[in-house]
Design a protein around this ligand. Structure first.
Ligand SMILES: Cc1cc2nc3c(=O)[nH]c(=O)nc-3n(C[C@H](O)[C@H](O)[C@H](O)COP(=O)(O)OP(=O)(O)OC[C@H]3O[C@@H](n4cnc5c(N)ncnc54)[C@H](O)[C@@H]3O)c2cc1C
Ligand SMILES: *C1O[C@H](CO)[C@@H](O)[C@H](O)[C@H]1NC(C)=O
Ligand SMILES: *[C@@H]1O[C@H](CO)[C@@H](O)[C@H](O)[C@H]1NC(C)=O
Ligand SMILES: *[C@@H]1O[C@H](CO)[C@@H](O)[C@H](O)[C@H]1NC(C)=O
Ligand SMILES: *[C@@H]1O[C@H](CO)[C@@H](O)[C@H](O)[C@H]1NC(C)=O
Ligand SMILES: *[C@@H]1O[C@H](CO)[C@@H](O)[C@H](O)[C@H]1NC(C)=O
Ligand SMILES: *[C@@H]1O[C@H](CO)[C@@H](O)[C@H](O)[C@H]1NC(C)=O
Ligand SMILES: *[C@@H]1O[C@H](CO)[C@@H](O)[C@H](O)[C@H]1NC(C)=O
Ligand SMILES: *[C@@H]1O[C@H](CO)[C@@H](O)[C@H](O)[C@H]1NC(C)=O
Ligand SMILES: *[C@@H]1O[C@H](CO)[C@@H](O)[C@H](O)[C@H]1NC(C)=O
Ligand SMILES: *[C@@H]1O[C@H](CO)[C@@H](O)[C@H](O)[C@H]1NC(C)=O
Ligand SMILES: *[C@@H]1O[C@H](CO)[C@@H](O)[C@H](O)[C@H]1NC(C)=O
Length: 618
């Protein structure tokens, strides 16, 4: 076995002996992974190694310029672009789930929207875990604060609607935090839209991070407001610390599996090392020191894959894939949940929309120069005005009562349907649904995010749509009850897993998303937004009835790439995979720190929620 390059450099130094084995090996240098690796190497005598499949991409302009999201390599080589199996409820379409493949993970390619979910949803997380008081809004808020350096809105940003509540943000200048704040350019349609939303019953939000997001406001963004650049997990937790002697990061290193020590007893399954493919395509092993740990942070799809390749999961699935089982833990890869994206868009008489960046290359070039010279213009603007809809905003009372009653009557049926023959998980999903339906009843489970894009968003390509300016109201299903799964079907580590999100299996999901399109239409055509409306493009005025809208949605909805739940934090008797300290049941020294541990979907963009989770882990 050849030595790691880093290790050979250290030979002769006092660290050499330690560095042959690491106290912590973190699999995946993404959002969760870099946060936890930073914390573990801070003021510590421990050696931490991070293995990341992608490259360090922080110096690519499509990464650091907020408005270049989706351009260049952002959605090509820096993206796993996981395919799903054909979705039976969505006209058998194969969807793509984007996920960052770079140091910093999905925060390198994401939309940087940085709000938080409903207080009651965080509390439900604790309730599901035997009323654990450390997983509640009150217990988590200090960690939310500690994970950010928030820059309050300046006068210009306030004049454009940005507000904040000092009590829910972190201001300490200490490094090793995510920078957050507001952009330097605002579209006038954002103000019009917020006014319209308020007219339609959305309260004005004092701060979208205050745990009461049933409101409308300007979302903070994970950007460094000092120079208007994206602040990814690499920006927050790696770049400033790259010279820490005990924080080693290997990029282009794809983990194959965790290796296990020879066991004396069956109950003593201990990780001894990790096998990976290095940047030169060679297979290597790195060891965990005595008493050390492996932390898996490969994301909601990557993490169950690594565990299954290592022999941890449903034994019949592993055997079918040609992997020898080490621990039968059948909930690994189950309980998959994701937000579901849809839109309504309309032509507008406004001439400043982001459509201009594609319609007029000279204007786009001028705007990009403006960003580089003055950090303003259309490319400086990544965050959005958004509002989270409550059931009362989308359902009429009689319809809602009926659908809740039906969902409650069919709790057993859906729990069984969604748990792949796993009786403990069926109980877990039933417990999740019960809590969700209770929150629905009290108008606290917030089913949809509504947000305005100043420009076209939707299913039709640039070439196939009228060359005009648009406004789009996104409507994203935020509290789905459907659950799917992701599993390996081969022992080849380079094969993507077989992913079945089972979108739209639960009828409440369908009803909420149809309601979202009706609300989006209402938002486009109610004053003051109506003053800039020049006719609907999509879904199109030929879609009249709920059934028409539903049929159209089945042909267009897509993943919102907020996948969670496949390594759920739940008690074992509810089919959980990790405990409230993030340890995998049945393994001595393996934890999970990424979005896969979130047990059920929450009504927010995810990053703010587990930057701090990872923080807690230490
Ligand atoms: C396009 C897009 C837009 C989004 N917009 C927002 C938004 O605006 N706001 C928000 O809050 N959230 C947003 N999200 C969601 C959010 O970014 C993710 O939920 C979050 O970053 C996931 O963090 P994670 O730690 O679970 O995984 P990731 O950050 O994805 O990290 C997983 C890491 O593991 C690596 N990895 C995987 N497999 C292996 C392996 N075998 N070996 C080595 N490394 C491996 C990956 O390359 C990656 O770096 C968005 C996501 C996407 C994709
Ligand atoms: C790890 O890095 C921290 C922070 O720089 C430092 O305090 C500590 O001494 C380092 N530990 C080792 C073993 O190098
Ligand atoms: C890892 O441990 C194994 C077994 O103890 C040993 O043979 C191997 O040399 C170690 N590898 C490294 C890189 O230290
Ligand atoms: C989807 O595929 C299944 C199985 O091939 C088929 O029975 C069904 O009719 C298809 N549905 C649609 C809407 O095409
Ligand atoms: C959690 O608390 C609720 C309300 O106090 C109680 O009814 C329930 O039995 C508790 N659950 C557990 C598992 O302790
Ligand atoms: C933005 O500022 C940060 C912190 O000062 C710095 O590390 C980064 O290089 C800057 N980025 C650009 C593109 O100017
Ligand atoms: C990692 O891969 C990228 C793209 O494939 C390449 O440009 C880069 O040089 C590689 N980095 C290392 C450290 O091998
Ligand atoms: C890496 O190795 C695999 C299998 O050994 C091979 O299929 C692949 O083509 C190699 N890739 C490169 C870039 O050499
Ligand atoms: C937009 O319209 C205004 C007023 O009608 C005009 O002054 C401005 O030049 C137009 N901008 C663009 C980019 O077309
Ligand atoms: C940047 O701002 C300065 C000062 O306001 C201005 O002179 C310059 O033209 C701006 N740059 C661009 C590219 O617009
Ligand atoms: C409520 O919705 C149901 C089902 O969509 C519909 O039949 C009924 O007419 C609606 N009632 C009102 C008051 O809008
Ligand atoms: C294991 O997976 C198989 C195949 O997907 C499934 O039929 C079975 O019910 C699963 N077992 C458990 C206990 O989850």
């Amino acid at each position: 076995m050849k030595l790691l390059p880093q290790v050979s450099l250290l030979l002769g130094s006092p660290l050499a002996v330690n560095a042959l084995a690491y106290d912590y090996i973190v699999i995946g240098g993404g959002t969760g992974g870099l946060t936890v690796a930073n914390r573990l190497s801070q003021n510590s005598d421990k050696q931490v190694l991070v293995l990341e499949a992608g490259p360090n991409a922080e110096n690519l302009q499509e990464v650091f310029v907020p408005g270049l999201i989706g351009a260049g390599q952002a959605f090509t080589t820096l993206n796993w672009a996981y395919p799903t199996v054909p979705q039976t409820n969505l006209n058998n379409r194969t969807l793509t789930i984007n996920a960052g493949k770079a140091l910093g993970g999905s925060t390198v390619i994401n939309s940087m929207i940085f709000p938080r979910a409903e207080k009651e949803q965080y509390d439900a997380w604790g309730t599901l875990n035997n009323n654990d008081s450390s997983w509640t809004w009150n217990a988590l808020l200090p960690y939310f604060r500690k994970s950010e350096i928030f820059t309050p809105p300046n006068e210009f940003q306030q004049a454009n609607g940005a507000t904040f509540d000092r009590n829910v943000h972190g201001f300490d200048e200490e490094r090793g935090r995510v920078k957050s704040g507001f952009p330097n350019f605002f579209y006038q349609q954002w103000t019009l839209w917020r006014q319209t939303a308020m007219g339609l019953g959305f309260p004005a939000s004092p701060d979208l991070g205050n745990g009461s997001p049933h409101a409308v406001g300007v979302a903070p963004a994970s950007i460094d407001p000092a120079n208007n650049t994206r602040c990814s997990a690499a920006c927050a937790y790696y770049t400033d610390f790259a010279d820490r002697p005990n924080f080693t990061v290997l990029t282009n290193a794809t983990v194959i599996r965790i290796l296990w020590a020879v066991q004396e007893r069956e109950s003593d399954i201990t990780a001894s090392g990790v096998e990976y493919i290095d940047a030169n395509n060679e297979t290597r092993v790195v060891n965990v020191s005595r008493g050390g740990e492996v932390i898996v942070s490969a994301g909601t799809i990557g993490t169950p894959k690594v565990l299954e390749l290592s022999g941890v999961g449903n034994s019949s699935i592993l055997q079918a894939a040609g992997v020898k089982p080490v621990l039968d833990l059948p909930s690994v890869g189950e309980n998959f949940a994701d937000h579901v994206h849809s839109w309504a868009n309309a032509f507008t008489n406004l001439n400043i929309t982001n459509d201009l960046l594609s319609l007029d290359p000279a204007f786009a070039e001028q705007q990009l120069n403006l960003w580089f010279e003055n950090r303003t213009g259309l490319y400086s603007s990544a965050s959005r005005s958004l509002g989270i809809a409550a059931p009362s905003n989308i359902f009429n009372q009689s319809e809602f009562k009926h659908i809740l009653k039906e969902s409650e009557e069919k709790l057993d049926y859906f729990a069984t349907l969604l748990s792949n023959g796993n009786p403990l998980l069926a109980r877990g999903i039933q417990a999740q649904h019960r809590l969700a339906l209770d929150l629905y009843r009290s108008n606290k489970n917030l089913p949809l995010e509504m947000n305005l894009s100043p420009g076209y968003s939707g299913p039709t390509s640039f070439a196939d749509r009228p060359a005009r300016t648009y406004n789009t109201v996104h409507s994203v299903l935020y509290a789905p009850l459907s659950r799917g799964k992701t599993h390996i079907s081969s022992s080849d580590p380079l094969m993507p897993p077989t992913i079945d999100p089972a979108y739209w299996t639960h009828p409440l999901d369908v009803a909420a998303q149809v309601g979202g399109i009706k609300l989006a239409r209402k938002m486009l055509t109610t004053g003051p937004m109506s003053s800039v409306y020049e006719g609907e493009f999509e879904p199109g005025l030929d879609k009249v009835t709920d059934q028409d809208i539903e049929n159209w949605l089945r042909s267009v909805v897509k993943s919102d790439t907020h996948e969670i739940g496949t390594m759920a934090m739940l008690p074992q008797e509810l089919g959980g995979v990790v405990d409230t300290k993030l340890r995998i049941y049945g393994l001595k020294n393996v934890r999970v720190v990424d979005a896969s541990i979130i047990p059920f979907p929450i009504s927010a963009h995810l990053v703010s929620t587990f930057f701090h989770n990872s923080f807690r882990q230490t």
